[in-house]
Design a binder for this molecule. Structure first.
Ligand code: ZN
Length: 251
């Protein structure tokens, strides 16, 4: 069976947002921006906000957190040494990045990509690099890379629950004076995604899947408070660990 490949911009995104495919046998996580901060960096603004004393020390902690979380899912992973937005000076050359990621696409049966809801620059880069690169290969002569694979965009968490999930996810009554459905659709289309190519899928995690995700995501303890995630805040935590949303992308 061809493997499922989940592209994770950072060390926590696959576990946070796409735990469903991580539990399938043979899934591989490819974490793109997992490079060690350069020597010239001592402590970045973001690492400082999350209470770090040194970006290098924080990086080592985050790698260890990610190892433990991936062990919970039991899936294989590869880390690329691209520099996270907070550790680099400028934008990424997307054609160069696609060349680097392309080998992971060749035998993939399913490809999972962040939808980049919330517009984090690293999430946008991973999405656009892969969608644009796959499109370029498709229009070029010869056998297109990853052409047989199902492509899915996953809703980035916790950014996607800025206002909570819409009622079509949870079944709860819509709240007055808040149109979450509009906000989420706007997030998807404002960066050029064509709604006609997207078919949404909602997963309410089973008790087992939810317990496993809960155990895995708690490993990212240096990141949870900075992202406004706290198991004691039960309604937001339930939205985070209880549901995932994906869009099948019609190529
Ligand atoms: Zn991220």
């Amino acid at each position: 069976m061809n493997p499922t490949v989940v592209f994770s911009p950072h060390l926590d995104d696959a576990a946070f947002s796409a735990s469903v495919p991580l539990t399938q046998p043979g899934t591989q996580v490819v974490t793109v921006f997992a490079g060690s901060p350069p020597k010239s960096i001592t402590l970045t603004h973001y690492d400082r906000i999350t209470g770090a004393r040194s970006s290098h020390e924080r990086y080592r902690e985050r790698i260890a957190e990610d190892d433990r979380a991936m062990d919970v899912f039991g899936c294989a992973q590869v880390r690329c040494d691209e520099l996270d937005d907070q550790y680099r000076d400028g934008p990424i050359d997307q054609e160069r990045l696609f060349d680097r990621l392309e080998p992971f696409l060749k035998t993939a049966g399913e490809i999972w990509i962040p939808a980049a809801i919330g517009n984090h620059p690293d999430h946008v880069t991973v999405r656009d690099t892969l969608l644009d690169g796959l499109e370029r290969r498709r229009s070029a002569a010869g056998a297109p890379t990853g052409s047989g694979a199902d492509l899915r965009l996953y809703a980035d968490l916790p950014y996607s629950i800025k206002y909570g999930w819409p009622s079509w996810v949870t079944g709860a009554e819509p709240r007055p004076y808040l149109d979450i459905d509009y906000w989420l659709a706007d997030q998807m289309t404002r960066n050029g995604l064509d709604p006609a190519r997207l078919t949404r899928e909602v997963r309410r995690l089973s008790a087992d899947a939810r317990a496993r995700k809960d155990r895995a995501v708690r490993e990212y303890r240096t990141q949870l408070p900075g992202l406004g995630l706290d198991p004691a805040h039960t309604s937001r935590w339930d939205e985070f660990v209880g549901y995932e949303v994906f869009w099948r992308y019609d190529r």
